[in-house]
Structures are given as C-alpha cells and as structure tokens.
Design a protein around this ligand. Structure first.
Ligand SMILES: Nc1nc2c(c(=O)[nH]1)N[C@H]1C(S)=C(S)[C@@H](COP(=O)(O)OP(=O)(O)OC[C@H]3O[C@@H](n4cnc5c(=O)[nH]c(N)nc54)[C@H](O)[C@@H]3O)O[C@H]1N2
Ligand SMILES: Nc1nc2c(c(=O)[nH]1)N[C@H]1C(S)=C(S)[C@@H](COP(=O)(O)OP(=O)(O)OC[C@H]3O[C@@H](n4cnc5c(=O)[nH]c(N)nc54)[C@H](O)[C@@H]3O)O[C@H]1N2
Ligand code: SF4
Ligand SMILES: [Mo]
Length: 578
C-alpha cells in the first residue's frame, strides 16, 4: 500500500500527506511545504462513530444496509431526499449521487458556502477561473479581502513572505497585524469600497486603458455608475478614510497585484454584486491575463473534469430545504442541524421526517436525531482522489491502512445499486476516470489538464469576450442599534468537525463581563453564550465562529439575490444580559 495520500477536508490547501507509524505529516515539497494544520495533526484524537445503530440500538453494518434498503424501498421515489454536505471534499463522495439520482430520488442544489461570490464572478467574467497559488507566488502586492489566511489557507503564507500586504477585514486578523495597510472596514461595506477604489483610480488616471479598451470597453459607463455614490457620506458610513483609499492606490500602482478574496465578503444577500464590484476594480487595474496578477477566490474544484456519475434529478435548495416534504432523508458528510442557516426552522422541519439517515464520521446534532446511523470510513481507510478550489493539483488518495469500521461511499452505493438493479462500475474505474483529467508536471505532481495557470489571457468568457460591469446596485442600510454578526472559520474546527468553539467574542467596551453568559438575538432566533473579549473586533460587531453550537439560530434561510447561496451575515443581532 502507498502511504502517500491527501487531506480530504473542505479547505483551499488540499495538502498532500504521508501516513507513517500512525502519524500524518505534510509532504515537504510542493504546495504542502512540509506542514499540516491542527485538524490533521490531531486527526487520530477525534472519536469517530464505530457502530451503526437504528433507533438507538446498535446493529451490524449488514443490518444497517438492509435497513437502509428497506427504508428506501418503502416510499415513493420522490419522497426520498439525498442531502450531501462537504465534510469530505474528495471526488468519490459523489458516487452516492449516482445511486440516488438513478433511483429517482431528489438531490440538492444551492450553496452554503461560496455561491453568491461565484455568481458575481460568472456574471462579470462569464466563468469562474481561479488565480492559482502558483501565480499568487509571483505577485508584488497581495490584497487579502475577506480572507483569513492564518486560519483557512495557511499554506499560502510561505508564498507571500516578502510581499506588500493589504488587508480589508472588519477584524484585526493575524495577517492584518503584520500588513502594510489594514482597512478595518464596517461589515457589508465592500461594495462601496470597491466602487470608490475604481472611481479614484479613474480620477488619478491609473486605469489600464489599453486593457480596458480591448477587454472591458464599457468602463466609462461603469465610471459613471461609480459617480452616483456620495463620497464623504459613504466613507463615513463604511468607516474608511480618503487617506486609506489613496494609500491602497499608491501601493498597487504599476505592481503585480493578487486580490485574494474569501467567503467573508459575500455572506450577504447582495454577495454577488459585492464580488463583481471587487472584480471590476481588478479589471480597471488590468489585472487579468497577466503573470502574477488576478483575483483568487474559491475556484471550481471540478473545473475541466467531467463527472462519471449520473446526477440528473429534481433538486431542492440546500439553503432552505423543506425536509418535512420527505419521508426519508439521507444525510451524508453534513451536519445540517448545525451548519444550515436558521437552525430552529431546520430542527422543526427535520423533526417531521419519518426516517433520518446519517452517514458520517462523527457524532453531532444531526447524528443525535437520526433514526439510522451509518459510520463512514475515514480517508485513511478508503480509496479516493481529490482536487482543490485554490490550486490545480490533483492528488491520489489510495487507502493507506485497512479498517473494519464503517463503509465507504462507494461500497454503500454499490450495495444499493445492486439491490435496486442500477448500473454501477467498479471503484477503480471511477478513480481512473478522474485521474484521466490530469497530466504529470515536471516535479512529478499531477495537475488538472487544461486548467489555465493565467486565465483570461484572450479575454473573458462572456458572449463578447468583454468584462460585464455591474450596471446598478442596491444600497444597503444597517440598523445602528444592533450589532453585525461576523461568523467566520475557527482555527480549531473545520466548520462543525473537530474542536468546536463555545463562546461569543465581543469588544471589552460593550459593558459585559468576561465569562458572563449573555443572550444573542436576531429576527430568526436566539441563543445563550459565554462572553470572551477580543479587542481586535470593531465595537459594532460580535463574532461567533462557524461550528459554535446554536450560532445558526441567528441566521436567515433566505437566499442571496444571485447564486442561490446562504447569507450567514445578513441578520444583525442584539445582546442582552442573562
Ligand atoms: N481552520 C479552518 N479552515 C477552514 C474552514 C474551517 O472551518 N476552519 N472552513 C473551510 C471552508 S468550508 C471555507 S468556505 C473556507 C473559507 O475561508 P475564508 O474565506 O477565509 O472564510 P471566513 O473565515 O468565513 O472569512 C474570512 C474573513 O472575512 C472577514 N469578513 C467577515 N465579514 C466581512 C465583510 O463584510 N467584509 C470583509 N472585507 N471581510 C469580512 C472575516 O472577519 C474573516 O477574517 O475555509 C476553509 N478552511
Ligand atoms: N454560522 C455559519 N454557518 C456556516 C458557515 C459559517 O461560516 N458560519 N460556513 C458554511 C460553509 S462555508 C460550509 S462549506 C458549510 C459546511 O457544513 P457541512 O457540510 O455540514 O460540514 P461539516 O460541519 O464539516 O460537517 C460535515 C460532517 O461530514 C462528516 N464527514 C467527514 N468526512 C466524511 C466522509 O469521508 N464521509 C462521510 N460520509 N462523512 C464524512 C462528518 O461526520 C461531519 O460531521 O457550513 C456552512 N455554515
Ligand atoms: S491546511 Fe487544509 S488541506 Fe491542509 S491539512 Fe489542514 S485542513 Fe487539510
Ligand atoms: Mo465552505
């Protein structure tokens, strides 16, 4: 057995891993740089589900499979929902889609993650082709815009050591503390900042007009749109100074610039417009199609790869899923009771389902309410393959050790296909299929074939090859008596996996004591949390990390205007003593 595999987690970095003497370490060369984050360093410490159970009673894996078959066979096909999350990002996770779609069950669409931003990118550029890590490495200036690299993409850090760093984030993150400039912007204001940056760039004659004439010829109209904003009132509103705008423009002038965006900017109803306005600033600077320049967001990890699995089915959104419309809900690699927005709604809706099946690694809110619990095999115990949404490497993930515990997604699907007379190929066939989309690089690594290292060299992928600027935008108003909820990623957890946070972080000046229990309330619900101080926050924000139990009691299950995405930071919150 090979002992080289890759981390399966939903993470930009997609590290390559060596398994030796029950220990995991990061490959020294290439993008992994010889280190892993705490999730994989402590991977073996987290207790996984070992034994399947039905209605609380322990059963064997064979009994669990027969039960699953019975449950699936007992209802109309469209009364069965397959709800798959991103607990593992490896490509064989999707083999279950093949069974459920072929069977006639309902699958999900929509996004709990990056969908709003992606929609904005596609509206502007016609596609979402990402600036890969290897190009960021060549830039002079990196703008971290709503991305927290020390927590969510630490393998980017070795690449940016000597570069000029600008950070736009309402929190003084670790990268903000060492940056050349930190704009501690008011949350949900990035649209205005991006528009103002484009406007002032144009005023000072800094636009790349040669590029614009060729690839974004509507730029004068866009400049007109940027003029509809009142400068002073807007700067006051978003808490940015003219000096900071000037400083950003000075730092990026005639430089190779990478704008590295995260999901932080787009957890709002107008998330698509926000991302599109940031893209527009990059266009005004002429950052596309050039060495060491561009915008890096969450790319499409399956770009240039065709799925071998059938996934044609009716779909319902995973943002506001009405679980109660189904008799059986099969939940795989997800913890919807914690991670979907508006948890109180989710709880009520899922409570009406006759059969909840949970297929995962860890106990959590969802396994707790499940009727049938089926343990999955961890990535060390099954064969898989993966790609990344931040770089173009494809990593093989052969099984590195045998285990009796759980069942792989492939074996579960093969069993169901056999029982319900649905065609399925051998596991190796699918892995080979994915592998066939890769080519070998000089350093021996596999790269997804046809992915462009420098996308948009010959223009954008819109009908006329030109960038499509935003033509209008909706002004947003905040409620000054309430706090912005910032709900980002924590170092200790990967969403609801591993060590989950338990506190609310607030500025010490807000009048609450440290360790005091307070109630946090939005229009959707409330929860009680222990206070921790964090003076890296603005005084108009509170921070509750993703994965904190109950955080999504506060969040709305509305969709973003574009991109069918959850909007975790739309609702503002109130704080109260307990
Ligand atoms: N350790 C760890 N790593 C992870 C994850 C995890 O849970 N833990 N999750 C993985 C997943 S699923 C994803 S999608 C990625 C996401 O990774 P990131 O894109 O880095 O996402 P977040 O941490 O949600 O937000 C990033 C930053 O956006 C800032 N932000 C919040 N609101 C605003 C705003 O209105 N404007 C601006 N400019 N900034 C804002 C936050 O303060 C935060 O510093 O990380 C992946 N990696
Ligand atoms: N408040 C708030 N809510 C958020 C976010 C936020 O930032 N703030 N972030 C959102 C984002 S970006 C995302 S991507 C979602 C993520 O939300 P989910 O997709 O629900 O992801 P996880 O919380 O990581 O839970 C995944 C579950 O997958 C299971 N799992 C892990 N590996 C495997 C495997 O190999 N096979 C199987 N069958 N199961 C496995 C584990 O048991 C784990 O409990 O959360 C969203 N929710
Ligand atoms: S940084 Fe990301 S890919 Fe690397 S080990 Fe940690 S979770 Fe896995
Ligand atoms: Mo995500």
């Amino acid at each position: 057995m090979s002992n080289i595999t890759a981390c399966p987690l939903d993470c930009y970095d997609a590290c390559e891993v060596e398994y030796k003497n029950e220990k995991l370490s990061g490959l020294k060369d290439r993008h992994t740089h010889g280190f892993l984050c705490s999730h994989l360093n402590h991977y073996g410490k987290y207790e996984t589900i070992v034994t399947p159970r039905y209605k609380g009673k322990e059963i064997t894996i064979n009994e669990a499979l027969s039960k699953l078959k019975e449950i699936i066979g007992a209802y109309q096909k469209d009364e069965i929902l397959h709800y798959r999350g991103s607990g593992s990002f490896a490509l064989m996770q999707e083999v279950t889609d093949h069974f459920f779609a072929s069977f006639g069950a309902i699958l999900t669409d929509g996004s709990l993650c990056d969908g709003a931003g992606e929609a904005g990118i596609i509206e502007g550029r016609g596609s979402n082709k990402n600036m890969p890590l290897s190009e960021i490495a060549k830039s002079d200036v990196v703008i971290f815009w709503g991305r927290n690299p020390h927590v969510t993409s630490s393998h980017l850090l070795p690449l940016i050591k000597d570069k000029t760093i600008i950070v736009i984030d309402p929190i003084k993150t670790k990268i903000a503390k060492v940056a050349d400039l930190h704009v501690q912007i008011k949350p949900h204001s990035d649209l205005y900042l991006a528009i103002l940056l484009s406007r002032f760039l144009h005023i000072e004659g800094g636009c790349d007009t040669e590029f614009l004439e060729e690839f974004a010829s509507e730029y004068e109209d866009y400049y007109e749109l940027t003029q509809t904003i009142r400068i002073k009132a807007t700067l006051d509103k978003i808490d940015v100074t003219l000096g900071q705008i000037g400083k950003i423009l000075e730092l990026v002038r005639k430089k190779k610039v990478a704008i590295v965006c995260g999901v932080g900017v787009q957890k709002y109803s107008d998330g698509a417009d926000i991302m599109r306005a940031i893209d527009a600033f990059a266009v005004m600077l002429g950052l596309f199609g050039k060495d060491g320049c561009g915008v890096s967001y969450l790319g499409n990890s399956k770009e240039c790869i065709t799925s071998p699995f059938n996934s044609k089915s009716k779909k319902v959104s995973k943002v506001n899923t009405e679980f109660s419309n189904f008799k059986t809900v099969f939940i795989q690699g997800a913890n919807p009771l914690s991670q979907m927005p508006d948890s109180l709604r989710v709880k009520e809706s899922i409570g009406k389902v006759e059969n909840i099946v949970y297929f995962g690694l860890y106990e959590n809110e969802t396994s707790e309410v499940a009727d049938l619990v089926i343990p999955a095999k961890s990535f060390l115990h099954k064969s898989d393959i993966r790609t990344s949404y931040s770089h173009n490497v494809m990593s093989l993930m052969p099984k590195v050790i045998d285990s009796e515990i759980g069942i792989s997604e492939y074996d579960l699907s093969a069993y169901l296909c056999e029982e319900f007379d649905i065609e399925i190929q051998a596991e190796e066939f699918y892995i080979k299929h994915f592998k066939s989309f890769a080519t070998k690089n000089l350093d021996g690594s596999l790269h997804v074939e046809n992915r462009e290292e420098i996308p948009y060299k010959d223009g954008f992928n819109t009908d006329d090859s030109e960038f499509a600027f935003l033509e209008e935008y909706e002004a947003k108003t905040a409620d000054d008596n309430k706090f912005y909820l910032i709900t980002p990623k924590s170092t200790t957890s990967l969403n609801s996996q591993f060590k989950r946070e338990k506190s609310i972080y607030i500025h010490s000046s807000l009048g609450f004591y440290e360790d005091e229990i307070i109630s946090v309330t939005s229009t959707c619900g409330s929860l009680k949390l222990k206070v921790k101080y964090n003076n890296d926050l603005r005084t108009d924000c509170v921070l509750i990390y993703s994965g904190t139990k109950g955080v999504n009691n506060l969040t709305s299950s509305q969709h973003s205007f574009d991109g069918k995405c959850a909007i975790y930071q739309e609702n503002m919150v109130e704080l109260g003593g307990y």
